[in-house]
Design a protein around this ligand. Structure first.
Ligand code: ADP
Ligand code: ASP
Ligand code: MG
Length: 297
């Protein structure tokens, strides 16, 4: 069994989602697919929160853009027989968003903590909607809800993963052996004590995928993104960047800690502890070999 994580650009358009479908449906073993929000949507959700909190209804046209984008990808990628159901699911989430933003805009005096809880509930919707589209797009895919098993606890004003509880709950969610295709949200989580929605931090979908891969002792973790693999420096900023076909966990961790955004820094440690290989691959060039990260070269 493998865990495949697809980032925002990979699920960001009709064409890229069709690539995702092709990649997933061509796997020969069971897979758990972890998805980010459609590219740019998390930023838009946060920006709309800011606008609503300022009492402005300028969030409304942006919400219409986000809504239309999801409707368009559903029409472009979901098989006809599932489209009605998929639209209904996503419309319900869009309705929740309208109501959350309305509450923020109309109640500017809400206590800070309540505003924060609403903002956290809002930001989850990017992954909730993208995963609904991906699950409806792939015939027979089994949907999962990551806050049921990715658990955080409050420490001061941050949310810290409860690693032990999370590993236990993941193992209960997927009683071995895992078969077929499963879809779950990256990034989003739930407070273990009070059950409000939280998240693993910006870029955190990689970490969700690694936590699932480690808890289930997956054969590998694949991070599908928008570049051919891990480079010695950001290939979008440096024309002379060199692709690294193989790296050790330690080498990759060093580059991640230095800001290589291709993998969210906490991601490697749970899989490195178990020696699970991590592949970095390009959704837009799936036949390229990519980078493998493992214990030794
Ligand atoms: P995703 O949405 O798939 O999670 P990210 O934007 O988080 O994608 O990460 C992929 C991006 O990371 C690439 O587009 C690239 O610009 C950037 N990046 C920064 N450093 C590196 C590196 N050393 N190797 C590869 N990509 C890098
Ligand atoms: N959607 C979240 C973000 O934009 C998580 C992720 O993409 O990994 O930060
Ligand atoms: Mg990322």
């Amino acid at each position: 069994m493998k865990v495949l994580k697809f980032g925002g650009t990979s699920v960001g358009s009709v064409q890229s989602l069709l690539n995702v479908k092709h990649i997933v449906e061509n796997q020969r073993e069971a897979v758990i697919v972890v998805v980010s929000a459609l590219g740019g949507v998390t930023n838009q959700l946060i920006e709309m929160t800011r606008l609503a909190q300022s009492g402005s209804d300028d969030y409304l046209p942006m919400l219409e853009l986000v809504s239309d984008r999801h409707r368009q990808v559903i029409d472009g990628v979901v098989p006809k027989a599932m489209q009605g159901q998929c639209h209904a699911i996503v419309e319900q989430f869009l309705e929740n968003l309208r109501s959350f933003y309305g509450t923020l805009a109309l109640n500017r005096e809400l206590p800070q903590l309540e505003q924060q809880r609403l903002a956290d509930a809002i930001v989850c919707h990017g992954e909730v909607m993208s995963s609904a589209v991906v699950a409806c797009m792939i015939e027979g895919a089994v949907p999962h809800f990551s806050p049921n098993f990715i658990k955080t606890r409050e420490h001061g004003d941050t949310h810290v993963l409860d690693a032990e509880l999370t590993a236990q709950l993941i193992a209960q969610e997927w009683l071995a052996p895992v078969e077929g295709i499963h879809v779950a949200q990256g990034f989003i989580a739930d407070d273990a004590d009070e059950h409000f929605k939280t998240n693993l931090g910006r870029g955190g979908s990689d970490y969700t995928a690694a936590l699932i891969a480690a808890a289930l002792r997956a054969d590998s973790l694949e991070i599908w993104t928008d570049v051919d693999g891990f480079y010695d420096k950001d290939p979008r900023k440096h024309a002379d960047a060199q692709l690294l076909p193989e790296m050790t966990y330690a080498q990759a961790q060093e580059l991640c800690d230095a800001g290589a955004k291709v993998i969210y820094p906490p991601t490697l440690s749970p899989v490195a502890e178990l020696g699970i290989p991590v592949w970095v691959k390009n959704t837009f060039n799936p036949t390229a070999t990519g980078t493998v990260i493992r214990e030794s070269l």
